[in-house]
Design a protein around this ligand. Structure first.
Ligand SMILES: Nc1ncnc2c1ncn2[C@@H]1O[C@H](COP(=O)(O)OP(=O)(O)OP(=O)(O)O)[C@@H](O)[C@H]1O
Ligand SMILES: [Mg+2]
Length: 434
């Protein structure tokens, strides 16, 4: 085969394939048969580091098989050398402990072992100045606070960071200290006074609430502690979606900013798994911030450059930020319960209607409403030109129906989790000394 050299060669190749498929009744029949007698098994070997770095969207209604996929994908990513961070709002991932032992770290809010994460601790390699602005941004957005609040946070934090040394060692302020500092802020106008009060109020609610102990730790975990592992953050005890979102956004900010500012020698790649993703990256936003991108959206749009891939799982993909939906190279569609969602998702995954082509065996958005567990529609990430030319299987190139095996985990005994617990307590006390 001659080596094609330009985009027009690639286009021509695609056209050839398209024409072939449109007229190839045998192929069309094969697709139809796939549907009737069991689709081909998904080939997880095809998920390379590059595939993860182009992000994966996995949607379906409740009980349709998303978390099952996620187990396979997390495993595959980890085998490929990625560190894996799982945001687990429903506590579905601890059964992986039976398989991964102390490579798996399960941390929970208001659980044992506890997630300790100080959102005021700058990510490793990141300056206080940068971190102050990130915290102020995420905090005010998460809790719908007004502009003066941001300035009050910034002023108070600048003060706290500059005062905080003991025996020449930097003391990192906690949110409780921030609350106290904010209460001393000299308000110059009634508006500022109002802002200060609502800010104080909000900080107080958080500090005394369910995430209070998680965030009020001088030095908590950072991505440094999570490298080379699968880390699961269980958030099922957090009732408030705002608190969930604030915490998750700060954790991802910490990972993302660290990677952005780390030296080029930092080569660790990450897979971040976001369950119930619309809670963290929703299309919905207040009128004042329409058009702004949140930090997670930015991270998803640019993360590939910094070695972070996202696996986005959701039951309600229409609520997901369009930045996220449009930026996923691989799409997996499970059973959906609304026709509208099914139609939108078929468009996104390029599932063709029978009117324009028959090569999906008449697979339509309607079929998505009745897909059984273990069957999904896959739009694979198509890599560079090399990948395309080397591929011999047409179904590899375009959206196809695929069968996903059930992931088997053994029962997780409490001792699986507690070994990790002990190990990490040590790790944490060392880092506190350091
Ligand atoms: N590939 C599969 N083969 C066979 N059964 C499966 C498969 N995937 C999932 N199931 C079955 O469906 C059930 C639900 O799967 P899973 O937990 O992955 O769904 P989900 O989409 O994550 O649901 P939810 O949105 O409620 O979290 C599983 O307990 C399992 O019994
Ligand atoms: Mg699930």
């Amino acid at each position: 085969m001659s080596t094609p050299s330009s985009n027009s060669d690639i286009d021509r190749k695609y056209t050839e394939i398209e024409q072939k498929l449109a007229t190839d009744s045998i192929l069309a029949a094969r697709f139809r048969r796939n549907l009737e007698s069991g689709a081909p098994l998904i080939d997880f070997e095809r998920f390379k580091v590059e595939t993860f770095m182009r992000h994966i969207l996995d949607v379906g209604s409740t009980g349709s098989g998303k978390t099952n996929d996620s187990f396979h994908l997390a495993k595959r990513a980890f085998e490929q050398g990625l560190s894996v961070l799982i945001v687990d709002p429903k506590a579905e991932y601890r059964s992986l402990a039976s398989e991964y032992g102390d490579k798996l770290l399960v941390l929970g809010v208001a659980k044992d072992p506890p997630l300790l994460f100080n959102p005021l601790q700058p990510a490793p390699q990141v300056t206080e100045e940068v971190w102050i602005s990130i915290f102020a941004d995420v905090f005010t957005r998460s809790y719908g606070l007004s502009e003066p609040s941001r300035r009050i946070i910034q002023d108070s934090l600048e003060k706290l960071y500059s005062e905080g040394t003991l025996d020449n060692r930097k003391i990192i302020p906690t949110p409780r200290e921030l609350e106290e500092e904010v209460s001393k802020f000299p308000a110059g106008s009634p508006r500022e006074l109002n802002s200060r009060r609502s800010l104080e109020n909000r900080l107080h609610i958080i500090n005394t609430g369910i995430i209070g102990d998680t965030i009020n730790t001088p030095r908590g975990y950072t991505s440094e502690n999570w490298k080379g592992r699968i880390t699961v953050l269980e958030l099922d005890r957090i009732g408030s979606l705002r608190d969930q979102r604030f915490l998750v956004e700060m954790v991802i900010a910490s990972l993302w900013e660290n990677r952005r500012h780390a030296a080029d020698s930092e080569t660790t790649k990450w897979l971040v798994v976001l369950e119930e993703a619309h809670r963290f990256v929703s299309e919905e936003r207040p009128p004042a911030s329409r058009g702004d991108r949140t930090l997670i959206e930015l991270a998803i749009a640019e993360a590939r450059r910094y070695g972070i891939g996202f696996l986005i799982l959701d039951q309600l993909p229409l609520l997901l930020s369009s930045y996220v939906r449009e930026n996923c190279g691989t799409v997996l569609l499970h059973r959906l319960s609304s026709r509208e969602t099914a139609e939108q998702m078929c468009k996104l995954a390029d599932v063709r209607q029978p009117a324009t082509s028959s090569y999906y065996g008449g697979y339509t958005p309607e079929s998505l409403l009745t897909l059984p567990e273990g069957i999904a529609i896959l739009k694979p990430y198509i890599g560079n030109y090399e990948d395309v030319t080397r591929t011999t299987y047409y179904s590899d190139l375009r959206t196809s129906v695929t069968k996903i095996p059930r992931y088997q985990t053994a029962q997780t005994s409490p001792s699986h989790i507690s070994t990790v617990n002990h190990l990490e307590r040590n790790l944490l006390s060392t880092s506190e000394l350091g």
